[in-house]
Design a protein around this ligand. Structure first.
Ligand code: MSP
Length: 474
């Protein structure tokens, strides 16, 4: 056991529609990492939540003809149900609409930034993209539309509070260059350093309450509410009690953020700027994943190409979905998902691979060993821990499946079913070796396939063949 602490966060999700596979993806990646750290003995705190004070959420409620609260309550319920089905082991689900949990810390952070002289008021005119919840520039547009959301941004003129982000450009750059704030993978680090090289602009930090009906009032000026990104990013510390009861904050901050490349700029520029202004420690690491594509395009409600994770869950179960997301989508490159590939991977790696292996070995032990095998503790293999530490979840899974197929070969090579007939003692030794290796593999399966891992270890402890773990799909 170590006594390291490990604090891990997902982005917080807009509860403006049902969760899609992209949301399941980032959350599963985080869950695997959180479970891995618990397994490695780290004291782990895992946060997820919802980003509610956003125009996209207010618009969603309006369209649905619902009161914002009722609308978000129901969608937050959908996220929580999905996460429960996926066995997501979060410690806290923060809602930025929570006035008790979230607001005091967001206000405290704002005040610190005011004290630092970094907040000022300015008339502003720009193009606002609701999909991004951000002002975007003319040069980002394609045919007058936001290329990511396919919508025409709104020309908006208003008086806002601004944050002097420009002041922190150099400092942020240094912290990233020196990896005091580590960005994984390197390509994303380079991308953000190039952006910092151009210099950061001051950014709008509030919106008039008349335009955005929901949100945290700006301290000392209730005609304005905090702009969504300032309000949202602070969740990572307010959840730990920053600005109220900060025991968890003292224990766990700074932590590690997992995020999609689409929100890198917010996390690698704005958030560090805010923390530097307030004199707070920067996050340790940003783990930046790529997108799951559907038919070659980013899944988006606006494009209408979302895959419903509930469907895959109903057909294949949580572990199969977790497995596919972990092993067959690279965290760092955009990856496409198709139903055919999903089924193929399921049959090959789970039904024929792991499921078949566990069943063959346990059949042998049940028949030939009179008691469960004695298991001894062994450290996790370096190939596995290194891949996890580098956030190469697919490589970690690949390593485990490498051992699964090696064990499969070992059964063929050692032919215990034959040996046992000729030399019972020798046969038992072979079978014991097989089941000990299965148990060892099972430990590494826990972060990836928690339900299956539990079934296998229970079968080993009971010396009994498990029920069909992964029925073949035709
Ligand atoms: N609310 C902001 C994040 C604020 S964090 C302080 C947000 N929310 S979101 O609900 O639109 O998306 C949350 C995250 O889900 C995305 O930023 C992205 O990282 C992830 N994904 C959304 N679609 C995705 C894919 N198609 N593939 C992989 N991840 C995707 O952005």
């Amino acid at each position: 056991m170590t006594n390291k602490t490990f604090y891990l966060t997902t982005p917080i999700f807009y509860p403006n529609a049902k969760p899609h596979l992209g949301h399941a993806y980032v959350t599963v990646l985080c869950d695997i990492l959180a479970r891995y750290h618990r397994l490695a003995g780290d004291k782990t705190y895992f946060l997820t939540g919802s980003d509610e004070n956003a125009q996209t959420v207010a618009r969603g409620a309006e369209k649905a003809g619902q009161d914002v609260r009722a609308f978000t309550d129901s969608l937050v319920g959908e996220f929580k149900t999905l996460f429960a089905k996926l066995e997501i082991s979060y410690d806290q689900f923060i809602r930025t609409s929570d006035e008790r949990v979230h607001w005091p810390g967001a206000v405290a952070l704002w005040k610190k930034m005011v004290e630092a002289g970094d907040i000022y008021k300015k008339e502003y005119e720009g193009l606002y993209c609701i999909g991004h919840e951000a002002f975007i520039t003319e040069k980002d547009l394609v045919d007058g539309k936001c290329p990511d959301h396919g919508t025409t941004p709104e020309r908006t003129k208003e008086e806002n509070y601004f944050f002097k982000l420009s002041k922190y450009t150099l400092l942020i750059k240094q912290k990233i260059e020196s990896s005091e704030l580590e960005i994984v993978p390197q390509t994303r680090k380079k991308e953000i350093l190039a952006l910092l090289g151009e210099g950061l602009q001051d950014i709008s930090f509030s919106r008039p309450k008349s335009k955005v009906p929901i949100g945290i009032p700006v301290p000392g000026d209730d005609t304005q509410v905090m702009y969504v990104w300032c309000d949202a990013l602070s969740n990572y510390i307010t959840a730990l009690g920053y600005g109220r009861d900060d025991a968890l904050y003292q224990e766990f901050w700074p932590g590690v953020h997992v995020l999609g490349k689409d929100i890198l700029r917010f996390h690698a520029a704005i958030w560090p700027g805010m923390l530097l202004s307030a004199g707070l420690p920067l996050p340790k690491k940003l783990l930046v994943h790529a997108m799951i594509l559907s038919g070659g395009k980013k899944m988006s409600k606006t494009l209408g190409n979302v895959i419903d994770p509930q469907e895959l869950l109903a057909e294949y179960g949580a572990d199969a979905l977790r497995y596919f997301l972990a092993r067959h989508i690279s965290p760092f490159e955009d990856g496409d998902i198709t139903r055919e590939h999903f089924k193929e991977a399921y049959n090959a790696d789970l039904a024929n691979g792991l499921g078949n292996l566990a069943s063959r070995i346990m059949q042998l032990t049940q028949m030939h060993l009179s008691a469960p095998a004695v298991l001894e503790w062994k450290p996790l293999p370096k190939e596995f821990t290194d891949a996890m530490e580098r956030f190469e979840i697919n490589k970690a899974a690949e390593y485990v499946w490498g051992r699964i197929s090696a064990l499969d070969h070992k059964i063929t090579e050692t032919a215990p079913f034959k040996v046992i007939k000729e030399d019972a003692e020798k046969g038992k030794v072979i079978i014991t070796e097989l089941v000990v290796e299965l148990a060892f593999i099972d430990q590494m399966l826990e972060p990836i396939l928690p339900q299956t891992s539990k079934k296998i270890i229970e079968a080993i402890m009971a010396n009994k063949k498990p029920k069909n773990l992964f029925p073949r799909k035709e």
